[in-house]
Ligand binder design. Sequence first.
Ligand code: S3P
Length: 445
Amino acid sequence: MTDPKHDHTAMPMTAHPGATLRGTVEVPGDKSISHRALLLGAVASGQTRATGLLEADDVMATAGAMRALGANVQKVDRAWLIDGMGNGALMQPDAPLNFGNAGTGSRLCMGLLAGYDFPVTFVGDPSLSSRPMGRVLDPLRQTGLQVEAAEGDRLPLTIHGAPLPVPITYRVPVASAQVKSAILLAGLNIAGITTVIEPVKTRDHTEKMLAGFGVHIEIKEDGDGARHISVTGQTDLTAQDITVPGDPSSASFAIVAGLIVPGSELTVKNVLLNPTRTGLFDTLIEMGADLAIANRRVSGGEDIGDITVRHSQLRGVTVPAERAPSMIDEYPVLSVAAAFAEGETHMQGLEELRVKECDRLAVTATALAANGVDCTEGEGDLRVRGGKVRGGTTVKTHLDHRIAMSFLVMGLASETPVGVDDTVMINTSFREFVPLMTSLGAKLS
Ligand code: S3P
């Protein structure tokens, strides 16, 4: 049956406790890097070749958008080939760009197109259409961008770049790699120097990749530790060969499962270990996790390694707000780990969770409480007092892939099974989640 609020036929699933998890797996490519490879490949000169690109719905929506803008994007054997249009040479699409559930793809693409003097309409699913776009549109308006949007700067919306867009200097008011990246991408097709000031460092894949494509990018730190990132617009980008490492956000589900399910020992290979993404692993180690990283190496300009975990008795810790940007997508699964830890885990600085695929702070707290976990939701923080987890209910996932995966992980170690009302959204980031967890021994039905 199609649920009108969900736009698709829901597929519920239940996770059963009791089986130990063992084995070695690889998770699919990093979502953030995959989006950026397609966007930059589309405006580069020549053919960009990406291996390990994430083939999940969110990234495929970005691939579709790049095709609609004129770039030829196709998979040949194991590689994705992107025939770039050249910087400034994207073409007006003849239909709205549909980004489905993809916040990153849509926001970065708004930036990429902000310097083009033609209209482009963005549409998405009910979750994406409820998320605030003003955070990227406001700075882009300062370049001269015209916007027609639904109430509160939400999708569906149409943007139209100025004939002569103006380069801006913008201090980002929230820690957001999407906002930073949208502005830097806009700067590519604006004559002059576009600068983003970032008081708190967020994932830096855009900066790294822009440099890789040959864009003149300068990064300076001021006395307060803020990063001033400047790009020079209207220069050529040169096509690149990109190897996309495994997504640490996807790896985190197997890693937390290995830590909370008694008797488990598992390895996730080739995981991206860029320090702007590893806050969860640092936190788990502080909580007493038996988590070891082997074979550390650099691949395609990014740190990667193999992570092995063994079942561990975790302890509650305080997770400071400064760490939030480096683990922003991992709080639902950290909350699950915290539910099995001794004592209280206090996660601070979680305001941004309220504007993710759903209000992740409220939805996580509600799901924990429904399964017998003692927790307190604050305005921008969450306290979880762990121990045994009763389980036994079906979690409402609100079109959020990470809520679905996190609570399936919980059900592998709770006293009674845990269900989720829908697993379809898992395809937005991690199609292989169910077979991968099952290959490790997880019982999912
Ligand atoms: C992302 C940035 C983060 C993160 C998202 C991916 C990116 O969003 O939650 O999953 O690739 O830039 P915000 O910029 O909203 O923090």
